[in-house]
Each structure stands twice: as structure tokens, then as C-alpha cells.
Design a protein around this ligand. Structure first.
Ligand code: HEM
Length: 370
């Protein structure tokens, strides 16, 4: 019994160190917080910018809900109606689409820069692991949202993604082999993509994911405020600025500039203009699967390896990446910041090259277009 008590006390002490609720007062959370000034201080704005784009998503998403119909018979027509006939519908839908891409871009940049600054180190593990969950939820938002317009590309691309999950079962040992198939059926809601799938993606996209993100984000931001900003560099300059009112004012200026830019883009540039496919074609079960369908750009980092490398190799790579992501505070505990910066640069280089030049690399290796 005393051993059990000691174990519990140790656990509570460790939790208290990671989430020091005794510091939960306005003075500590807002008035006393300082933001270090150094050559990577710009990275402290990326979390706020991600938050801004998430808020844009919530507001524009609510407006879209006024008209969107989550049924296989009406989903496509309702999206077309929003775009063509609802007052400012084109703008709101466009803003939702552009802001989703901006959010994922900022999310990735935020994760990479906090990694390089070693902002995951003890006692900030909760900030990091809640962030890692937010990263996965961010991708799931993109995946579920893509299907909602129910056009030919969306349904076929989702089919391909679900088939990939299903196939991964053959590389798992024993009882685990059945998990991906079970998961696919659970997501799909039946033997093939249909109304049950759309209803599930809709529930995930507009209720379950937003609630999960709100809860986890609340924990993430609370832990950030309780701990204050990490020093971020091995050679602190000794300079810092007050979080309130100076840093928060600059944060708001950054939000204002971001809003101005995205407002202009969403007003004049349809999101679809970058798609090589006619996105206004409703899904037709008897129609041919379009050649070379691709997911959104932020999935290229797995899409092109899946096209070019053996499936099992990509699965091992993805699993290893997930494990390393969640165990980062443990794995890189003793790694120096300059070394972390090198790793961060390598990850960035991979993401930029595969996203911008993936189709070129594909053509080079396999000939033709992916
Ligand atoms: C919806 C997604 C997210 C939002 C809205 C968000 C928001 C924020 C905000 C506002 C901050 C404080 C300012 C800053 O350092 O930029 C912060 C800090 C932090 N975030 Fe996130 N974040 C998200 C996802 C992530 C992800 C994916 C990771 C990493 C896997 C992460 C790791 C961190 C860390 C380690 C800090 C502490 C930075 C420091 O102390 O210097 N966050 N986040």
C-alpha cells in the first residue's frame, strides 16, 4: 500500500510540474509573462497565426452549414448553390478553403520551429503532445472536409485513401492485421463509400473534430501560459518583451495582415483554380475514375512516396514518424539546439521538395504523370 501511495504521489508531482495550476491567476498568466527576444523570435507568432486561421475556419464553416446538405443526392448541388447563388457564398466558401490550407501550413511551420527551439523539453511535454494531437486532427479535418462536396475527385480520392488504410493490415502481425480493415469499415460505415460515409465524415468534420480540437487546444494554450515561452535559443540575449500589451498587440497586427491577404485572395482567386480537374462534376458511381487523382497538397508528403516506393516501406516510415512525433521529448532530450535545427531543416527540405516537385520526380522516375 505505501508503495502504491508513493507511486500516486510521484505521478501527481510529475503532473503538477507539467501543469502547474498553482500559477493559474491573471497576474501570472497575462501580466507577468515575458517573451524572449532573439533571432528566432518570429517563430513565437506561428502558434497565434494557426489559431487565427482555425477561428476563420470555425466562423466560415458555420456560415456554410446554413446551406450545405449532407446527403449524397444533394451535397454537390448545395455546394454549387452556395458558390453560384448565395450572396457572398463564393467568398465564404473560398475563404474556408484558402484558410484551411493556410492553417495546415502554419501548423506544420509551428511544429517544426518549436521542435528546432527545443520548446518540447521538460516540463513542456504536455504542450508538445497536445500539439502533436492537434497536428493529426488538422490533417483529419482536411481529409474529412475533402469528401463533403461529393464530387467525382473527392469521392474517388477518399476511396483510394481508405483502400490504403485497408491494405496496411497485411503488414501487421497477428491480431493487429484485422485492425485497419475494421477501421476502414468503421469510417466508411458499410462495404463501400455511400451515404453512411458522407454522414460520418460530416459528423466528424462539423462536430467531433471541432470539439476535440477545442478541448485539446484549451489544454495546449493553458499549458503555454502557465509555463511562459521557452527560451528558444542556446545563447539567450537577455532581452525580452512583455506579453501584455506589447506581444499581444503585435500578434493582432500579424492577424490583421493575414486577414487582409486572405481576404484579397479569397475575393479574386477561386481555390479550384489550382486544381487540374473540373471540380464541379458531381460523383457518378458509373463514371470512370479520373486519371491521376490527387489528394490536397498537404498530403503529398505521403502520397508521392506511396506512388513511388513499396507500400510496406511507406507504412513503416509513417508509423516510425508517428512514434517519433509523440516521443520527441524523450528521444531528443539530450540533443543540442543546433542539432535540432539541422533536423528541422532536413524535414523542411523534404516537405518543400516533395510538395513542389513531387510530380516532376514522379515523371522522372516512372515517366508520364502521377
Ligand atoms: C491547432 C493547432 C495549434 C494551435 C492553434 C497552437 C497554438 C499555439 C500558441 C498560440 C502558442 C504560443 C505562441 C507560440 O509559441 O507560437 C503555442 C505554443 C506551442 N506549441 Fe502550439 N498550437 C497548435 C499546434 C501545435 C503543434 C502541432 C505542435 C507540435 C507538435 C505545437 C507545439 C507547441 C509548443 C512546443 C509550444 C511552446 C512554444 C514555446 O514555449 O516557445 N503546437 N501553440
Amino acid at each position: 500500500m505505501p508503495e502504491q501511495k508513493k507511486g500516486l504521489a510521484r505521478m501527481l508531482k510529475s503532473l503538477g510540474e507539467r501543469l502547474p495550476m498553482d500559477k493559474f491567476d491573471f497576474k501570472h498568466l497575462v501580466m507577468e509573462k515575458e517573451v524572449p527576444v532573439h533571432k528566432m523570435s518570429w517563430a513565437y507568432y506561428l502558434g497565434g497565426l494557426t489559431l487565427f486561421f482555425f477561428l476563420v475556419q470555425v466562423v466560415t464553416g458555420i456560415f456554410l452549414l446554413f446551406y450545405y446538405e449532407p446527403t449524397v443526392s444533394d451535397a454537390h448541388a448545395s455546394v454549387e448553390f452556395i458558390t453560384r447563388y448565395v450572396k457572398n457564398g463564393f467568398f465564404i466558401r473560398n475563404l474556408h478553403a484558402w484558410a484551411s490550407s493556410c492553417m495546415i501550413l502554419c501548423l506544420m511551420a509551428h511544429a517544426i520551429t518549436t521542435f528546432a527551439m527545443k520548446a518540447f523539453a521538460r516540463p513542456r511535454e504536455i504542450i508538445w503532445s497536445s500539439g502533436a494531437l492537434l497536428l493529426l486532427l488538422g490533417f483529419t479535418f482536411g481529409f474529412t472536409g475533402y469528401l463533403l462536396p461529393w464530387h467525382q475527385i473527392a469521392v474517388n480520392a477518399t476511396k483510394v485513401m481508405l483502400q490504403s488504410i485497408d491494405r496496411s493490415g497485411q503488414y501487421l502481425p497477428g491480431v493487429l492485421a484485422g485492425v485497419p480493415h475494421y477501421l476502414t469499415q468503421l469510417i466508411q460505415g458499410g462495404p463501400m463509400i455511400g451515404q453512411a460515409t458522407l454522414s460520418r465524415f460530416y459528423a466528424l468534420h462539423v462536430v467531433i473534430l471541432p470539439l476535440l480540437v477545442a478541448g485539446i487546444l484549451g489544454l495546449h494554450l493553458l499549458a503555454v501560459q502557465l509555463h511562459g515561452m521557452s527560451q528558444g535559443t542556446d545563447k539567450p540575449t537577455g532581452k525580452s518583451e512583455k506579453f501584455f500589451p506589447f506581444f499581444i498587440l503585435k500578434d493582432l497586427i500579424v492577424w490583421g495582415v493575414a486577414f487582409f491577404i486572405i481576404f484579397i485572395i479569397a475575393s479574386c482567386l477561386p481555390f479550384e483554380s489550382f486544381s487540374p480537374f473540373p471540380l464541379f462534376q458531381p460523383f457518378n458511381a458509373l463514371g470512370a475514375t479520373p486519371e491521376g487523382i490527387k489528394p490536397e497538397w498537404y498530403f503529398y508528403f505521403t502520397y508521392y512516396p506511396l506512388e513511388l516506393l513499396p507500400f510496406w516501406l511507406v507504412m513503416i516510415g509513417l508509423t516510425a514518424t508517428g512514434v517519433v512525433l509523440f516521443l520527441t521529448p524523450r528521444i531528443f532530450k539530450n540533443t543540442s539546439r543546433p542539432m535540432l535545427a539541422v533536423i528541422a531543416w532536413l524535414i523542411t527540405a523534404y516537405l518543400v521538395i516533395i510538395t513542389l516537385f513531387g510530380s516532376f520526380i514522379y515523371a522522372l522516375v516512372k515517366g508520364g504523370h502521377p
